[in-house]
Unconditional design. Structure first.
Length: 279
């Protein structure tokens, strides 16, 4: 079991699982679109997440929801940097930047962010080099295709778990070859990123096998469409299902859960941890 993730300036202990709270600054993010536009709103939202027990604040300015439009590098920088600066100045919780853009990785690192959360797993030109230079921790996420088209008709030639495992091995190799230490790397199976409900369930059910690769496993299920498909729930009613799923994943060894609603996710993880420790 991986017991910690080495961040830029500190060690994130993972002996007990942690919640990464989501601070969206995109105007079109599907579940809380527009509400956190503006730095003051982002600060207020982050304060709530921290008070609820978030151990990481994840800030993103490019919506990667299915069908989302491309955002220019400058727009992404303009949206995200003021929020990163404000959160680093105010909270003791490490800040993560949800981006695939090398220029933003560098700017965020210089401003005190501690983690790069890249849904494209450092595949953009220059991203591996930027990540190495900054010395930040990196989350490498699996995605098939790109956000504009990934949910059109997701299909895999081989079992999805094999494809995810091979992708992780390939991206880990690239990261390690470039000089990113293993202790700074987390993996994420990318729920909903080029995956049907069946694909999502197959990778979630195999959480223990992903954890066995030896890296902290980060998983984001919060409010995702799999709960719409599985339970018929609209986005605004998916938090209980998201928290229950978080507990099930942590029970299989996942270390970090990315969530919009932190308070109940922390409760779910606390229960899973208490049961683990009672064995
Ligand atoms: C994820 C993410 C995820 C990681 C988004 C949403 C869509 N980063 N960014 N994992 N999802 N690491 O929040 O539903 O699952 S954006």
């Amino acid at each position: 079991m991986t017991r910690f993730l080495q961040l830029k300036t500190r060690r994130l202990e993972l002996g007990t699982p942690k919640v990464m709270g989501i601070v969206n600054v995109t105007p079109d993010s599907f579940s809380d679109g527009g509400r956190h536009l503006g730095v003051d709103a982002a600060i207020a939202h982050a304060r709530r997440l921290v008070n609820d027990g978030a151990a990481i604040l994840d800030v993103g300015g490019e919506s990667t929801r299915p069908g989302a439009l491309h955002v220019s590098e400058q727009t992404e920088l303009d949206r995200v940097m003021p929020v990163i600066e404000a959160l680093v100045a105010r909270f003791d919780v490490p800040v993560s930047v949800d981006t695939s853009t090398p220029a933003l990785m560098r700017a965020a690192g210089a401003a005190g962010a501690e983690i790069i959360n890249d849904v494209r797993a450092l595949q953009r030109p220059g991203a591996v080099a930027a990540a190495v230079e900054t010395g930040l921790a990196v989350c490498l996420m699996h995605m098939q295709g790109d956000p504009a088209t990934m949910q059109a008709a997701p299909a895999y030639a081989r079992p999805v778990l094999d494809e995810v495992l091979d992708f992780f091995r390939q991206r880990l190799q690239a990261a390690r070859d470039a000089g990113i230490p293993a202790e700074r790397i987390a993996l994420d199976p990318g729920i909903g990123f080029g995956k049907t409900l069946g694909h999502n369930l197959a990778v979630l059910a195999a959480t223990a096998e992903l954890v066995a690769l030896g890296y902290p496993l980060l998983v984001g299920v919060s409010r995702k469409s799999m709960f719409g498909q599985l339970l018929g729930l609209p986005v605004e009613a998916r938090d209980p299902a998201s928290a229950v799923t978080a507990a099930l994943l942590v029970a299989q060894g996942a270390s970090i859960i990315r969530s919009h609603e932190v308070a109940h996710t922390v409760q779910a993880l606390d229960i899973a941890t208490a049961l683990r420790d009672a064995r």
